[in-house]
Design a protein around this ligand. Sequence first.
Ligand code: M6R
Length: 369
Amino acid sequence: EKGGYDYFMLKEIAEQPKAVADTLLGRIDLAGNLCLDEVRIPASVLREVTKVVIVACGTAYHAGMIAKYAIEHWTRIPCETELASEFRYRDPILDQRTLVIAISQSGETMDTLMALRHAREQGAKVLAICNTNGSTIPRESDAVLYTHAGPEVAVASTKAFLTQLVACYLVALYLGQVRGTKWGDEILSVIRELSEIATQVDEVLETMEPVRELARTLADKNTVLFLGRHVGFPVALEGALKLKELAYMHAEGFAAGELKHGPIALIEQDVPVVVVVPSPRGRSVLHDKIVSNIQEIRARGARTIVIAERGDAAVAPYADHLIEIPVTPTLLQPLVATVPLQVFACELATARGNEVDQPRNLAKSVTVE
Ligand code: M6R
């Protein structure tokens, strides 16, 4: 049932192109209109929304962090993303015009469920993004958009994450459509870019051997740091989470702009630092800033592992290890940038002799608070 792979995780990483394509399938018509049929919140209600709040845990929370960038950019609706376990207990401000998006692979995560119950009690509308048909979270929500990743068995979430991102982009575009901040042709162009992602993830998967080799050389390290900016920041957090849960190594993700506010003190000779580099096109100011961050940490002895867009000549000289990813629009980059981090963590776990699919102390769905 592992389809010839040693671990479910490897199988699920390999299934990502299909999972992404399946999640897009049938959700757009030729005129560029999204038809998210399962979403049962009337357009009239969505037009009145004044705030979006995303609640989730773990990897799903990282998807929600990325969604915030897309939602605010495409719809201009203020959006917050919060850990479900924090949200529930801090008396959040919600009303009938708040749209809460609960993201969960399993649909059974207790913290997320409690957050959505609390939100509904306050009158907010809840949309679930979920991978498990008929599970509790979608059943208790006002609306649901299913991710079509298929069953995810490995504890470490991979394909569910990519499909959560796709679903979030669809919801962001849909909100833009009903509120008139995004028109058919603009939506179509993003959808076209999204449609290419499956092939691009495939390309990434085909070039992963050097990443695996690199991971094996790091098996005796104590710590790995991850840096990113903009949507690359949640990607850095996700890379660190994967490494913690699979390799049982200390790993931390930082916003690269925060380096000089503290974390740079951690940099010492030979410490591996993975940096997710934004595209040099588009918001190139972010790119330039991260290149100088890389120079700073390298000058202090860090071993830089750089994930950058193919052909990014400005960053290459500062990369001890360069992992190239396909050219994508800035907001969509997490869909390709996360994949090497999954492979990296999986290989490190294997090299350290850990149980990949069933890491110690963890459960696939966390049904207690
Ligand atoms: O089923 P959910 O998406 O609600 O699960 C949330 C987290 O427990 C989950 O993403 C967890 O962080 C994974 N083990 C990460 O790989």
